[in-house]
Design a protein around this ligand. Structure first.
Ligand code: HEC
Length: 124
């Protein structure tokens, strides 16, 4: 009986910390999620590939990297990248900004999005 109660408590704690992580975002876990972005993006300033450099992306206006040929949809989105707008965009890029040219299906897990956003917030 005591043992059962003890395990239940540990389980509840694990659930609680899991939730806390999902909300705050874990940059180290986010760096792993970012491997999915690396085919097209770097976090080095001025280093554009298929996609624009994501150096300093949190807090900047969408479509603002010098020398990158954005789609008119991205350039005209009027969006500023915050944790909130990034979460929306990365859930389903096509739905969030119709006509943008990022060919990526999106990150379906909320914790993956929170973690990669926490990682990106450090790249400045
Ligand atoms: C297949 C290539 C590709 C992959 C993979 C990809 N992206 Fe992109 N991304 C792009 C392109 C291209 C654009 C520019 C879109 C436009 O101009 O319409 C873009 C734009 C963006 C922007 C807007 C940048 C700005 O300067 O306004 C963000 C933020 C972004 N991507 C984040 C990510 C993240 C995070 C991942 C991984 C979870 C990812 N992308 C995966 C190609 C990609």
């Amino acid at each position: 009986m005591m043992l059962r109660a003890g395990l239940g408590f540990v389980g509840a704690l694990a659930l609680l910390t899991g939730t806390a992580f999902a909300q705050a975002g874990d940059p180290a876990a986010g760096e792993k999620v970012f491997t999915q972005c690396k085919a097209c993006h770097t976090v080095q300033a001025g280093q554009n590939r298929v996609g624009p450099s994501l150096f300093g992306v949190v807090g900047r206006a969408a479509g603002a990297v010098e020398g990158f040929a954005y789609s008119p949809a991205m350039k005209g989105s009027g969006m500023t990248w915050t944790a909130e707008t990034l979460d929306k965009y990365l859930t389903d890029p096509k739905a969030a900004i119709p006509g943008n040219k990022m060919v990526f299906p999106g990150l379906k897990k909320p914790e993956d999005r929170a973690n990669v956003i926490a990682y990106l917030a450090q790249q400045k």
